[in-house]
Design a binder for this molecule. Structure first.
Ligand code: ADP
Length: 428
């Protein structure tokens, strides 16, 4: 419960009886009475305490009540304190004068205690309401000020945001312009690249063709020469003539690979699907590879799963892929084991064939596995490398696998060996 707040009442009167009577009449009210017997004392208390109500005798000695009231009403700290005049005179003129100079009420002696207390109460209540009103106004004013400030801040933020949006709009426009320009540049670059790539492929195809003709002649004549050397018993010429044939074959292989890659890159190459007896295909490829396998004293083991049988795929491309993988295994393995495993499997209603070539050769460093499928890239790119080849075989294999929508996997460890496996779909 709210503690009763005592109101302060200042009584300025030179008659001691009034003071006593008022104490008595107001004893049950929540009012603290401050007493002054003349105007000077009354003013002193009024300024020091600022009471809630002043009861002021009109007929005070020295300065009368009207004078005191004028002083009270002239000072900002006391001007709002309600003043009730106490007088023995019933003179209307006095009453009007008193009210005019700011009195709240006018009570004539002898007092009716009930009326006096009721008037004091009413004026205090009115004063309370006034104060409450003033506080309310003050609080509304404060909140209004806050709102104005917040509104001002909001306006500033809106302005700032608008500026940022404007900046973004400008930058966006500029960016769009840049992107457009870059896209145009890229389109031109792409066109040039396509044109360049086409020109390169045409050039390679023509060059390969132009090179092949004389190369086949060199190989043919060197073979005839070798035969004649042997027939005529000039064995000491064999080491001179046979490298011509070998070098010719190697060069032809490189030219063929370049031509094949250019062909795939042109995008014009299509798979030629036909029935393939996998056993036969493997045997033909192995026959090609046998010389190099024997040369490096490797041991070849072939495992073809029984269910493989006949498949439908592009025979030439499968042969080339297998030949490259076996050729590499034989080339990079010395006196080791090479295992070819061929399996067939069904996956989600489609049939696939897998060729896996494992060797116990030199292996490939982990960070080189990515690059070996790039044309002309070799795990060992040094001039001192001991192996033939131009770095085109795996590049071609990868391109064929992609063309056939298959996958190629490599596992390798330096000094332990490598395992290449290709898996391609086969047709019904
Ligand atoms: P290359 O004609 O050089 O053999 P490839 O494209 O066939 O070209 O192979 C690229 C490179 O990958 C080879 O130079 C070699 O470094 C590495 N490589 C391929 N197969 C093997 C393998 N079975 N063992 C070790 N290294 C291999």
């Amino acid at each position: 419960m709210k503690k009763t707040e005592f109101k302060k009442l200042l009584l300025i009167d030179d008659s001691p009886e009034i003071h006593t009577l008022l104490n008595f009449w107001l004893k049950n009210e929540s009012i603290e009475i401050l007493h002054a017997s003349d105007g000077a004392e009354g003013l002193q208390i009024a300024f020091a305490v600022v009471p809630d109500i002043i009861l002021l005798d009109v007929g005070l000695p020295v300065q009368d009540g009207f004078e005191i009231c004028k002083i009270i009403k002239s000072k900002s700290e006391t001007q709002l304190i309600p003043v009730i005049f106490l007088t023995g005179s019933d003179d209307t003129h006095d009453k009007i004068y008193g009210l005019n100079i700011g009195a709240a009420d006018y009570i004539t002696k002898p007092f009716d205690p009930g009326e006096l207390v009721a008037r004091i109460r009413a004026i205090l209540r009115a004063r309370e309401l006034e104060q409450f009103n003033a506080e309310l106004e003050h609080s509304v004013e404060k909140q209004t000020q806050e709102l104005i400030k917040t509104n001002f801040k909001l306006q500033e933020e809106i302005q700032e945001r608008k500026q940022i949006e404007e900046e973004i709009r400008k930058h966006k426009g500029h960016l769009e312009f840049l992107v457009e320009e870059k896209t145009k540049d890229l389109a031109i670059a792409l066109d040039q690249a396509v044109a360049g790539s086409e020109a390169k492929n045409i050039f390679l195809a023509q060059m390969s063709h132009e090179l092949r003709t004389p190369l086949n002649a060199i190989i043919g004549y060197s073979e005839i020469l070798l035969e004649e050397v042997i027939d005529d018993g000039h064995d000491d010429y064999i080491p001179i003539v046979s490298p011509i044939t070998n070098a010719g074959h190697n060069l032809l292989k490189i030219i063929d690979s370049i031509l094949d890659i250019a062909h795939v890159e042109s995008g014009k190459l299509e798979a030629v699907i036909q029935n393939i007896d996998v056993d036969e295909l493997v045997q033909e490829v192995v026959d090609e590879i046998i010389p190099i396998i024997s040369k490096n004293k490797n041991n070849l083991k072939i495992n073809i799963s029984e269910e493989v049988g006949v498949i439908r795929q592009d025979s030439e491309k499968l042969s080339k892929m297998l030949e490259n993988l076996l050729d590499n295994a034989a080339k990079y393995t010395d006196s080791g084991d090479i295992v070819l495993t061929v399996e067939s499997k069904m996956e989600e209603g489609s049939r696939y064939i897998t060729f896996k070539v494992q060797d116990t050769g030199i292996g490939i460093e982990a960070d080189k596995i990515e690059i070996i499928f790039e044309p002309f890239m070799q795990a060992d790119n040094s001039y001192t490398r001991n192996y033939d080849g131009a770095g085109l075989g795996l590049s071609l294999v990868k391109k064929y696998v992609d063309l056939m929508k298959g996958v190629i996997n490599v596992k390798s460890e330096v000094g332990v060996g490598s395992s290449f496996s290709i898996c391609v779909p086969v047709f019904d």
